[in-house]
Design a protein around this ligand. Structure first.
Ligand code: 13P
Length: 309
């Protein structure tokens, strides 16, 4: 590929995108400059929807590995790239396909609902997939007489169980180590110091069971971005990975956003940089390709995730 001289790295990325007929998707937890370089920024659901719609030949996915796998399953004819193959997800690693098979053997009438934060192999063992945006709707869509086996996030599962009042729902005990860093006592302190602030919380928070009653809203990252725009409040305490504050601040210059914990930073999400994006587009690296047989088995639960919204 010929190298032109560019004034800025952002200009270089724009030129490379055009040359490669590529689109950049960035999750809301990416560093600010990666979000700014992206064509679409959003939560897991929105990015999967956009991946399915795009006409680009190349999808450069700036998020974590399972998101690129989902894009590869939805768009088998496209080249799906990630800037860094090491950007994984600790929550997704908390369940293996053999664990799901074992759990299903113990509950032969149960239906498996997997959170999108799972590997393609785990999705292939599942009946339904969901994101934090539509987990409640997905569970409600399952006939009452069927046991639900919810994997792998215990806190999202607890929230959905509480919202739906469903008794026959078993929860896997996985968790997101980043959301685990957000503690109830920090939230209580912040609430006391900012009595006018609204408190919004992601359902992956480890303190969800203790702090649920304090939350004004429990939302996915995209739900949060939308909510803070619409709310008349001027100040918000935000309980999720801190990357989402970039978009909130950019979209709402007159409002104040306070992270529930400054320590809630996902090191995997922060591995993607502008330099790696350039290398990725230049060298068409690193491709994430889910093998067709596996993709075929994982497709149905993902399709259900996209249709139940
Ligand atoms: P959402 O962006 O779908 O709310 O999920 C957050 C997350 O855990 C991504 O890994």
């Amino acid at each position: 590929m010929s190298r032109a001289i560019y004034g800025t790295i952002e200009e270089e990325i724009r030129a490379l995108k055009k040359e490669r007929n590529a689109v950049i998707m960035a999750h809301n937890y990416q560093i600010g400059e990666v979000q700014d370089a992206a064509d679409f920024t959003g939560d897991s659901l929105r990015l999967a929807q956009e991946a399915r719609k795009t006409n680009a030949e190349v999808i450069l996915f700036c998020g974590v590995h399972f998101m690129a796998e989902t894009a590869s399953i939805l768009c088998p004819d496209k080249k799906v790239l990630v800037p860094d193959l090491e950007a994984g997800c600790s929550l997704a690693d908390m369940i293996r396909p053999e664990d799901v098979r074992q759990w299903k053997a113990e509950h032969p009438d149960g239906l498996v609902v997997c959170y999108v934060n799972t590997s393609a192999e785990v999705k292939a063992e599942s009946d339904y997939c969901c994101t934090s945006s539509n987990a409640e709707k997905v569970v409600r869509s399952i006939p009452e007489d069927k046991d639900v086996l919810f994997i792998p996030d215990f806190f999202l599962g607890t929230y959905v169980k509480q919202r739906t009042g469903r008794k026959n729902m078993e929860l896997w005990r996985g968790y997101c180590p980043t959301h685990m860093l957000i503690q109830s006592r920090d939230i209580e302190k912040l609430r006391a110091g900012h009595p006018g602030a609204e408190f919004i919380m992601h359902p992956e928070c480890g303190c969800l069971t203790k702090s649920m009653h304090l939350a004004d809203r429990i939302l996915s990252t995209e739900g949060m971005v939308r909510y803070v725009k619409e709310s008349p409040a001027r100040e918000f305490i935000v309980a999720t990975e801190t990357g989402v504050l970039h978009r909130m601040r950019k979209d709402n210059p007159g409002k104040n956003f306070i992270p529930a914990s400054v320590h809630a930073v996902c090191n995997y999400m922060k591995m993607n940089t502008l330099e790696k994006i350039v290398a990725s587009l230049e060298n068409l690296q690193y491709e994430v390709k889910v093998p067709p047989e596996l993709a075929q088995r994982a497709y149905l639960p993902i399709e259900r995730m996209l249709s139940i919204v």
